[in-house]
Design a protein. Structure first.
Length: 400
């Protein structure tokens, strides 16, 4: 009797255990089905992702977007933030009436149609973008105090002027958008990355970075931007060119890891010609003298740099059918070796047979290494793997 009772209990236990196992298997299978369905839904949603729909649905909040055109981009709220409202058609004051600018202030300098203009860093940092018309010519100027970069463009495409503002952060710097089409642009390559104008590029215009005192040394008759009520203590006040560090959102938006060839925040002059680019570290240029003769993209160029300053520009060495060679005279000034004339850092001959003539500017930009290489990962670095010799021209060399 006892044996039958034990067998009955064992049978009941076995049956209950089987039911439990079956239930566990059923629950696990159901969970797996739900998980697979969720993954399929997410994949489908990602494949159908539309940045334009995202902007419509979520325009009033900061968020990262998944568009393949601008991966890792952080788009800011749709309404204009005070520091992202563009500077439109600035007021200009003559240098001798510009009491709002100090000699040590950093400026973005433009020399167009034989007229010099400067935009102070501390004013531009309140806006980041300036939509200007200078003597009838539309001009776009963009600054990023984070990456120490400033650029200028002709914003006219197919006969239509485009005006811009900052809309987000992408690849280590700002992301800008034109009001006319809503396309998104990289301000430091001038290329449209997303939208109706995707693939378009704006024409680069020459722009110099230096202090107000250095700019006036080159262009004594200059205009400078003025804004009533602008404060030196506002947005971007803690940033100076080459300042160490990179804020989190800017670092997270980078498409690639830091390139170790140079420190991320090292200042370089970036030059690009015919698809070939080269970075000239300002620290290296400080050692090579004020003039570096080079060839880039099959063009003979000279890089002029005022040592220990931000002022650096690139020019074509070809003038009047011949290629000039530049060096440093015994007085430390820039000279051309054939005519023995002196030149200034704006590429203008100030004495000698070529006095008054100017070299053709090659658009280039001073900025931190990380942002230059982020947009041009295949760039070369001047001075890498070769000895830099100061290009000093003695009086005997000048006669050769």
């Amino acid at each position: 009797m006892e044996r039958q009772r034990m067998m009955s209990l064992r049978h009941r236990f076995t049956t209950e255990s089987g039911r439990v196992r079956s239930m566990v298997v059923l629950i696990a299978a159901s969970a797996l089905i739900v998980l697979v369905a969720a993954l399929m839904f997410l994949n489908l949603r990602d494949s159908n992702y539309s940045l334009d729909e995202d902007l419509t649905r979520n325009g009033l909040r900061d968020r990262y977007v998944k568009s393949p055109d601008i991966p890792n981009a952080l788009l800011l709220k749709r309404e204009d933030r005070p520091s992202h409202r563009p500077l439109n058609d600035a007021e200009w004051r003559a240098a001798d009436h510009a009491n709002h600018v100090k000699p040590e202030d950093f400026v973005l300098g433009l020399y167009l149609k034989n007229k010099a203009r400067a935009l102070p860093w501390w004013i531009m940092s309140h806006h980041h973008v300036a939509n200007l018309v200078l003597d009838g010519q539309p001009v776009l100027v963009v600054i990023c105090e984070i990456c120490s970069s400033g650029t200028a463009y002709n914003p006219v495409l197919e006969g239509r002027r485009h005006t811009f503002r900052v809309v987000g952060i992408y690849n280590g710097s700002h992301l800008i958008s034109d009001y006319e089409t809503g396309s998104f642009w990289s301000p430091f390559s001038g290329e449209a990355l997303h939208g109706p104008l995707k693939g378009s590029r704006m024409e680069r215009l020459p722009l110099q970075q230096c202090t107000w005192a250095e700019w006036l040394a080159l262009h004594p008759v200059s205009l400078v931007a003025y804004r009533e009520g602008e404060s030196r203590g506002g947005h971007g006040r803690n940033f100076k060119p080459g300042r160490w560090g990179l804020p989190g959102p800017f670092k997270e938006s980078l498409r690639r890891s830091f390139d170790p060839r140079l420190p991320p925040n090292e200042l370089v002059l970036g030059v690009e010609i015919n698809g070939q680019s080269r970075a000239y570290p300002l620290a290296t240029l400080d050692k090579t003298g004020p003039a570096v003769n080079d060839t880039l993209g099959d063009q003979e160029i000279v890089v002029l740099h005022w040592p220990e300053t931000l002022l650096a520009m690139a020019f074509s060495r070809r003038l009047g059918g011949e290629v000039l060679v530049f060096g440093e005279g015994e007085d430390g000034r820039i000279v051309d070796r054939k005519y023995q004339g002196h030149w200034n850092y704006a590429g203008e001959a100030i004495d000698g047979p070529l006095a008054g003539q100017r070299l053709s500017v090659i658009p280039a930009q001073v900025e931190e290494w990380y942002i230059w290489v982020a947009n041009r990962p295949a760039t070369e670095v001047f001075g890498a793997g070769r000895l830099n010799i100061r290009s000093r021209a003695s009086s005997s060399e000048l006669t050769k």
